[in-house]
Design a protein around this ligand. Structure first.
Ligand code: 13P
Length: 248
């Protein structure tokens, strides 16, 4: 049985309803087997670590180094010490807007694992790649490029499939499309990573997930969870997505 996750990526935003009311509302969600992770901007991580028990804190990024003269960076070890459990690695906004390369992401993945954080590795193709029919090859390359010896002894790595063309566009992938891509990702995991990841790695979907489209993704996509941006800023919408995961 793979773990199931629902992750709120607030990006550089706070919930309009206020962080405390948001965390209280989400903390009152009825228990089920889905782990709820909230990834706020760095200064708010401590608040999330102190939120109701069933909410875990995730960082949106971490440094590739443990400590030292790296102005502006936050290390995975510092996050771990703060009580953070998860760290996004390679979000497409980091890759595209901040020039994060595969080599850097390989070091970040290694750092997160060595610090005992559970990394959430984000992969995804842009529209050009999809239209050219190269999705499987592109995702396999993103997975191969970050392979690290630290994977051998890691407890868990979560994969977030986030097609770039679906992020923040209101244009979500369909469940059927995602199911096909998940199979491609599992093939790549078996080829390039210790083979157990093929079956063990939870694969989440992200890209314009809302309470309206989550049922299709859940029923036809076979996802282990979701990485939600825009809709995660409202506790009501976030909980509606959570509820849709419960019935499957
Ligand atoms: P949206 O849900 O706003 O499309 O963002 C997805 C995302 O990038 C989550 O990491």
């Amino acid at each position: 049985m793979r773990n199931r996750y629902l992750i709120a990526n607030w990006k550089m935003n706070l919930p309009p309803e206020g962080m405390r009311p948001y965390l209280d509302a989400v903390g009152r969600a009825e228990m089920n087997d889905v782990e709820i992770v909230v990834a706020p901007p760095f200064p708010y991580l401590r608040d999330v670590t102190r939120a109701p028990d069933r909410i875990f804190a995730g960082a949106q990024n971490c440094a590739d180094q443990k400590s030292g003269a790296f102005t502006g960076e936050v290390s995975a070890w510092m996050l771990q010490e703060l009580g953070v459990r998860y760290a996004l690695v390679g979000h497409s906004e980091r890759r595209a807007l901040y020039g994060e390369t595969d080599a850097l992401l390989q070091r970040k993945l290694t750092a997160a694992l060595e610090a005992n954080l559970t990394p959430v590795l984000c992969v995804g193709e842009d529209l050009r790649v999809r239209e050219a029919g190269h999705v499987a090859r592109h995702l396999a390359e993103q997975i191969r490029a970050v392979t690290t010896p630290a994977l051998e002894s890691a407890r868990e790595v979560v994969i977030a499939y986030e097609p770039v063309w679906a992020i923040g566009t209101g244009r979500s992938a369909s469940g059927a499309m995602v199911a096909e891509t998940v199979a491609d990702i599992r093939d790549a995991l078996a080829r390039f990573w210790p083979v157990r990841y093929r079956d063990d790695a939870p694969i989440l979907y992200g890209g314009s997930v809302t309470p309206d489209n989550v049922t299709d993704l859940q029923t036809n996509g076979g996802m282990d969870g979701y990485l939600v941006g825009g809709a995660s800023l409202s506790s009501e919408k976030f909980l509606a997505i959570f509820d849709a995961m419960k019935v499957s």
